[in-house]
Design a binder for this molecule. Structure first.
Ligand SMILES: [Mn+2]
Length: 356
């Protein structure tokens, strides 16, 4: 057993103890949640409701809870809206808007948030929480909790949420499985990315045994768009640029999705999310970048690498976060300046092509 593993084991014990002693548990995932953030949180919300209720029954049950538990779950977006593609996840009734989130939670758990500012308007609640359990897998995590369950080797936060549910002694139901599976397929790109370990498929197998339908999940997450999306995609792809010299000569392809594009087709911000999946196919570029203009006029920048460039380090240097092959940051100003700044960071973190 490695020292790292022993340390993580001690954190798990602290987490279960803190949860078991709580009468109110407040869950929060990062703003503009993706399938991993919201899916993991909802799965744990379902589990806590089960385990918390079990706390009222005699000690024969494996539940660590000694009293009935109230569960609050939210994320710090105003307006508070569940992203359209995630509305199929069971548990919307378990969510409350951030205004109803306790200002000083007894025990708070965060999901898939690499730093406290990713909690949006719920950041002050995290700072004031008596016990703050951080569940995450981003290498850039700032360890802002009192208990940090951070495993960079985990393919998704859903892997850690699955582990937590197991340690609470709760059996996985179909509702929990849908959330966890959404997290797993979101963060592994439907089992396409190199994070797809044997452990990922083993977990997926256990989830599928609850009867969830993987085809239906994929259709909800990726294979649906209103007709206007084609117009937005056409506009974004039409102004894509290839920068062959970027990323130490490995190439970078980039484009923008503006507010005007979205307004022209009546689309919300999240419609821009899948544009990166087209750009990242391009053979001439190791790196793909999409600048998505949000409703406040800021660029939400998504970056992907095929394996050579470390876009995570470049994004962290620009105030963002993420993984080596998938990361992001926020910026303002002309798009070409933002790309130039990103390319400078990439040059710093990239070894020359052909070298090591
Ligand atoms: Mn994640």
């Amino acid at each position: 057993m490695t020292a790292e593993h022993t340390e993580l084991e001690a954190e798990w014990a602290r987490a279960i103890k803190a949860l078991g002693g709580a009468t109110e548990i407040c869950l929060a995932c990062h703003v503009r949640p993706d399938g991993d953030a919201l899916g993991s949180m909802l799965a744990v919300a379902h589990a806590l409701r089960t385990a918390g209720a079990a706390g009222r029954t005699p000690p024969a049950s494996p539940s660590p809870f000694t009293a009935a538990v109230r569960v609050v779950a939210s994320f710090g977006d105003r307006p508070f809206e569940i992203p359209r593609i995630l509305r199929f996840l069971p548990g919307a009734e378990l969510l409350s808007p951030p205004d109803r989130f306790p200002e000083r939670p007894q025990v708070m758990v965060t999901f898939d948030a690499a730093s406290a500012d990713r909690l949006g308007v719920l950041e002050p609640s995290a700072a004031a929480a008596e016990e703050l359990i951080v569940l995450d897998h981003h290498p850039s995590n700032t360890r802002f909790g009192t208990v940090n369950l951070i495993d960079e080797a985990a393919a998704a936060t859903a892997v850690l949420a699955f582990e937590l549910i197991g340690r609470l002694g709760v059996g996985i139901t179909r509702d929990m499985a849908l959330g966890l599976y959404a997290g797993l397929v979101t963060d592994t790109g439907s089992f396409k990315y190199s994070s797809t370990s044997p452990r990922v498929h083993e977990m997926a197998a256990l989830l599928l045994r609850t009867g969830i339908e993987p085809g239906a999940v994929a259709r909800e997450l990726w294979d649906r768009s209103p007709f206007g999306f084609l117009g937005l995609l056409g506009a974004a792809l039409g102004r894509a640029r290839l920068e062959p010299a970027a990323a130490a000569g490995r190439g970078l392809v980039w484009t923008t999705v503006t507010r005007a594009d979205r307004a022209a087709h009546g689309l919300a911000f999240e419609a821009a999310e899948s544009v990166i999946d087209v750009l990242r196919r391009i053979d001439e570029a190791d790196v793909a970048v999409v600048l998505k203009e949000d409703d406040d006029g800021c660029w939400q920048v998504s970056a992907r690498s095929k394996g050579q460039a470390d876009v995570g380090r470049a994004c962290v240097a620009l105030g963002g976060g993420g993984h080596r092959l998938a990361a992001g940051f926020t910026a303002s100003g002309p798009a070409s300046d933002v790309i130039a700044a990103f390319c400078r960071q990439l040059a710093i973190v990239s070894a020359p092509a052909g070298g090591r």
